[in-house]
Design a protein. Structure first.
Length: 277
């Protein structure tokens, strides 16, 4: 397939104001798709829309909180009226939270699951019925994380939420077998994104020096969000069901298959180097 093999297809991306979501929207725009983008940050959303339209793509932008089921339902109605039924739904919006388990407040657990898990659930519930009924090949793309199958210390809430997304994606793929709607799971590894750009998503007990070390590692070793977006598009072209993106993701998956105990030892050593401990 050529670079424009998504020409005319309608792609909806949540969390498109920055990071992986923004780069995914731009990659689809370059490939000829029509875009619907959402984010809770209106300024970032406006900038993202400007970047997408600068590439010559049609783009409908609407502020939406993926954790709000009614908001997502209203988005689905608006999209159907203004643009039609999505060919590809990218459930990307997510937040991170870092800190030792005993230091992580229950409010952080709830908010992380509201966005990272229920955001995906709400997206699927809002758009899947129409996608399934519209016929043809369509895709539900759920952005999980390597942390969902190979977590590190100090990310209990985040890792658990992404583990849930992986489980949901596996079940959904089986339930949709033969329906024409396919499910792709995206598992990024260490990626340089705004999710670790500040300490707002970290426990107060996280030492400043440790925060600095973790952020420096992500900047130095994390791959660009654009690489994740490119891997996502390649996976759809090939008909893959899972894509590992970024350093450590594929290696972590292999290590988990070989030996969970050995994988844990490697992860602990790496976690100290990165700043998780």
């Amino acid at each position: 397939m050529g670079s424009n093999d998504f020409t005319g297809r309608l792609v909806l991306v949540t969390g498109a104001g920055s990071g992986i979501g923004l780069e995914t929207a731009l990659a689809f725009a370059k490939a000829g798709a029509r875009l619907v983008i959402t984010d809770v940050n209106e300024a970032a959303l406006a900038a993202a829309r400007a970047a997408v339209t600068a590439l010559g793509a049609e783009c409908l932008a609407r502020r939406c909180d993926v954790s709000d089921e009614q908001d997502m339902g209203a988005l689905a109605d608006h999209v159907k009226e203004q643009a039609g039924v999505p060919d590809i739904l990218v459930n990307n919006a997510g937040i991170g939270y870092f800190g030792l388990f005993l230091d992580t407040p229950t409010a952080a657990w709830r908010r992380t699951f509201e966005v990272n898990v229920m955001g995906v659930v709400n997206g699927i519930l809002a758009f899947l019925p129409a996608m399934r009924g519209a016929g043809g090949e369509r895709w539900v793309v759920n952005v999980a994380s390597a942390a969902g199958f190979a977590p590190a210390p100090s990310m209990s809430a985040y890792a658990a939420s992404k583990h849930a997304v992986i489980g949901l994606s596996e079940v959904l793929a089986m339930e949709l077998e033969g329906s024409g709607v396919r499910v792709l799971m995206v598992c990024p590894g260490v990626i340089s994104t705004p999710i670790v750009a500040g300490n707002a998503q970290m426990t107060p007990e996280f030492p400043p020096a440790q925060v600095h070390r973790l952020q420096a590692y992500y900047v130095a070793k994390g791959c660009a969000p654009r690489e994740v977006a490119e891997a996502l598009l390649r996976a759809i072209r090939r008909g893959d069901i899972v894509v590992f993106a970024g350093p450590l993701a594929r290696m972590s998956a292999i290590l988990m298959r070989i030996s969970r105990r050995f994988s844990r030892r490697v992860t602990l050593r790496k976690a100290r180097e990165m700043g998780y401990l």
